[in-house]
Design a protein around this ligand. Structure first.
Ligand code: GDP
Ligand code: MG
Length: 276
């Protein structure tokens, strides 16, 4: 839905949600990058059953840490993050990769865009920086998904598999309840869910770096397979009924239980960043 809506004020309390699975090598640099962005944000690292020292590295850097007892995948980790954000009164949340691919320079403009949008995607292939390199097959699949979702959202979206995205409270409420677990399905299908729930989607051009350490969670072949799967998920999401979420809806997500997640803990009395 793209009906005109009153512009809102810029979100004041922003949580950066960092899904992380065995990211001890790149995480410190990533958290430093966020800290140097100039944005007064809190950072929640969702350590998803890592077998390395991701949780310790995150805590040592002063981030909030939520350690899931076993691996739920990016979608499960993000849902945990959105629920945490809503429960603790954040106005917005930004998904930010732990591996250093996302550049914190774009945090400010992405948050700025939430004045006019419910969900803003940090988009490659939108003219910013050097072109992001992917295989021709993967690029073609990404293009098809982008065209389909652009039509649905009635706006130009060039990169619907980007995990760099900012959500306001309205979109967070949708995602706290519905956020697909599958790799890449999480980005494509979650965008469909947001559109179907009446969220206004936008994008902002970003340059993405290569992974700064560690290893990708998927091989290129599997990533392509997941893209095809995301296409099928898109069609299914189109025919499924999704609930509309009103601006002032009460938040009633299921709170992660001891079986799903430990309560995020603070290493220090106050998380990093100055909150207004
Ligand atoms: N919480 C969680 N995060 C994951 C999982 N798999 C990947 N990630 C994180 O999601 C982000 C992107 O993953 P990556 O493997 O780099 O995917 P790519 O950038 O699409 O190749 C990184 O921050 C990973 O640590 C997972 O199973 N659980
Ligand atoms: Mg990556």
């Amino acid at each position: 839905m793209t009906g005109t809506r009153e512009p809102r004020s810029r979100p004041q309390r922003v949580l950066i949600i960092v899904p992380a699975w065995n990211e001890q090598d790149a995480l410190t640099q990533t958290l430093q990058d966020i800290a140097s962005s100039g944005e007064a944000v809190h950072v929640l690292v969702v350590d998803d059953g890592s077998t390395d020292s991701t949780a310790t590295v995150a805590a040592d850097a002063g981030a909030l840490v939520c350690s899931l007892p076993f691996n739920l995948g990016v979608g499960g980790a993000m849902r945990t993050g959105y629920r945490y954000a809503l429960r603790h009164g954040y106005d917005a949340a930004v998904q930010f990769d732990a591996d250093g691919q996302h550049d914190a320079r774009y945090l400010s403009p992405l948050i700025d865009q939430l004045v006019d949008h419910d969900l803003v995607i940090g988009a490659r292939f939108a003219g910013e920086g050097v072109p992001y390199r992917v295989s021709p097959a993967r690029r073609a699949a990404m293009k098809i998904l982008a065209v389909a979702l652009s039509r649905m959202a009635r706006t130009t979206l060039t990169d619907v598999t980007s995990g760099y995205r900012a959500a306001n409270a309205r979109a967070m409420r949708v995602f706290a309840a519905h956020y697909p677990a599958e790799y890449l399905g999480d980005t494509v299908e979650s965008t469909v869910i947001a559109v179907r729930a009446g969220c206004q989607i936008g994008q902002y051009p970003v340059e993405m770096r290569v992974r700064q350490g560690g290893v990708p969670s998927q091989t290129s072949a599997r990533a392509l397979l997941y893209l095809v799967r995301a296409g099928v998920a898109l069609v299914l999401a189109l025919v499924r009924r999704w609930p509309a979420v009103d601006e002032d809806d009460a938040v009633e997500p299921t709170v992660p239980t001891a079986h799903q997640a430990r309560t995020p803990h603070r290493r220090h009395d106050e998380p990093r960043g100055e909150q207004p």
